[in-house]
Design a protein around this ligand. Sequence first.
Ligand SMILES: NC(=O)c1ccc[n+]([C@@H]2O[C@H](COP(=O)([O-])OP(=O)(O)OC[C@H]3O[C@@H](n4cnc5c(N)ncnc54)[C@H](O)[C@@H]3O)[C@@H](O)[C@H]2O)c1
Ligand SMILES: O=C(O)C[C@H](O)C(=O)O
Length: 309
Amino acid sequence: MIARGVMLGADQPVILHMLDIPPAAEALNGVKMELVDAAFPLLKGVVATTDVVEACTGVNIAVMVGGFPRKEGMERKDVMSKNVSIYKSQASALEKHAAANCKVLVVANPANTNALILKEFAPSIPEKNISCLTRLDHNRALGQISERLNVQVSDVKNVIIWGNHSSTQYPDVNHATVRTPAGEKAVRELVADDAWLNGEFITTVQQRGAAIIKARKLSSALSAASAACDHIRDWVLGTPEGTWVSMGVYSDGSYNVPAGLIYSFPVYCQNGEWKIVQGLTIDEFSRKKLDLTAEELSEEKALAYSCLS
Ligand SMILES: NC(=O)c1ccc[n+]([C@@H]2O[C@H](COP(=O)([O-])OP(=O)(O)OC[C@H]3O[C@@H](n4cnc5c(N)ncnc54)[C@H](O)[C@@H]3O)[C@@H](O)[C@H]2O)c1
Ligand SMILES: O=C(O)C[C@H](O)C(=O)O
């Protein structure tokens, strides 16, 4: 997808740096061969390496997918100890060797807490440059609404994923709209079923990662890769006027979310920077859900530090 221009645009040449661990070196080299064989016009170079310094040197965008994936029956925090130590060491390599304004997207789970560990162990990388992926959850929410209303997914916008990329995340449609022939209409009004929106819709999105693992015996791949491209593309090239997306970013205390967590917020992007959308009304139902997922993130933060010590 990156080599085809899906992430950065059809006129942006790319050089791909791919990192894996030594047991996967041969497979990694196979991926490199396939990239060469695909003769992508935009692909100006491929570095396939097991050396983290070589992988990080000079990169402008770092998509961090390396790690141990969740298996059926595991919660994302079960993979915590395996993954936070990886993110601590990769933080230092990025800090020392990546390009000065490198944008970092953490995909590997537990994504928010891995991103937080990366931030804390790479203090010279500005916090605005470190994010985690909740765009997949955002896209899942758009997909569920589009199916329910039998409308094009591209006509639905401004859902929000609040909080953790976990089963406590809060998919919120209170500000979401659908483009209809009669103008923009609120999702809540069109669905006209608060019990579904406050119940099954939320749990379906929260549990979708687990449902994919159960069905495929592997975690989501196509939809995750597509969401990672969406995340970086909007961050670098900007969100359309009047449209926001969800990104896991460093909390500044907006919406009374504790500062110092990587928490998913609605954001606009312009000139390569994200800004949290301000001033949205939060009703009592939503408030509880925002707080619950923040509590889980505070617990994960404590657990991550205990794994590292
Ligand atoms: N945030 C999201 O929306 C989202 C979506 C899908 C998957 N995920 C997560 O992304 C991660 C990757 O998932 P996957 O299905 O591609 O897993 P995978 O096992 O297929 O791939 C992980 C790769 O990371 C490599 N790796 C392991 N340790 C490494 C290290 N120290 N340095 C570099 N590479 C290392 C492995 O060798 C493997 O090639 C998992 O943590 C998964 O849970 C997150
Ligand atoms: O659920 C997982 O562990 C994989 C991924 O985070 C997903 O949401 O599909």
